[in-house]
Ligand binder design. Structure first.
Ligand code: ADP
Ligand code: MG
Length: 215
């Protein structure tokens, strides 16, 4: 039996997310310059750099402890809307992970959905409001559906990535109804949402870091 997504796997996931955020920092900021205040890449990179540093001292912990540390670090280091939203997502994920040493596919899917529920509880965005919810929802739905269809975890995570990517693309024509971009009204249409883009990186990082685990 493999332990599934254990603390080492969660650490690998978070480090891969930090790497992808750093790699896409300019893209995220460019997207935010079109419909926001040009800081999403800077915000996320600052936060995930702090998370990477915090993880150095967290070996031997449970997945929940790492997720909680991540959420608290993001809340305290990221300004703007995305800090509390990502922070709440990770804190809710920690609660959902409980005291398990390792998560199987179904448990990981519940953890991801708890993160989505946290974003919705905090930001009150609905599908179609042009936010990170528009990418995270189809990702969580695709993960659940693939696991219910009996797909291996790695394949199910790939399906989640495709769900996130489709959701991210679908934000382009949307008119923003939440966050800074909503101040632009109809002028927000025609631009990809920065938060939907960064959350797609989170799911992509999960597929890259956890997909081979055979959980
Ligand atoms: P700020 O808008 O404060 O500058 P960021 O630029 O870091 O913060 O993040 C912007 C992203 O936050 C948006 O692209 C959107 O996806 C997300 N966002 C903003 N408000 C909400 C909300 N109420 N619910 C979910 N996501 C939101
Ligand atoms: Mg911004």
């Amino acid at each position: 039996m493999t332990p599934g997504v254990d603390a080492a796997a969660v650490t690998a996931w978070l480090r891969e997310f930090a790497r992808l955020v750093a790699e896409n920092k300019d893209l995220l900021t460019e997207l935010d310059s079109a419909i926001g205040d040009a800081d999403h890449g800077i915000n996320m990179d600052r936060g995930m750099t702090a998370v990477s540093a915090a993880l150095e001292n967290e070996s031997g912990k449970t997945p929940a402890a790492l997720l909680k540390r991540t959420g608290m670090t993001l809340v305290s280091t990221v300004g703007g809307a995305s800090g509390p939203l990502y922070g709440t997502a990770f804190l809710r994920m920690a609660t959902a992970a409980g005291d398990a040493e390792g998560l199987d596919g179904e448990s990981f899917a519940k953890v991801l959905r708890a993160g989505l529920d946290g974003v919705v509880a905090r930001g009150k965005a609905e599908l179609g409001d042009k936010t990170m919810v528009d990418a995270l929802t189809p990702a969580a739905d695709a993960l659940d559906a693939a696991l219910a269809a009996g797909k291996p975890f790695g394949e199910a995570l790939q399906a989640a990535v495709r769900g996130a990517e489709q959701g991210r693309e679908a934000t382009i024509p949307m008119i923003a109804r939440k966050g800074r971009a909503s101040y632009l009204g109809e002028r927000s249409a025609g631009h990809q949402d920065p938060g939907a883009t960064s959350v797609t990186l989170l799911v992509t990082a999960a597929a890259a870091a956890l997909g081979g685990g055979g959980a």
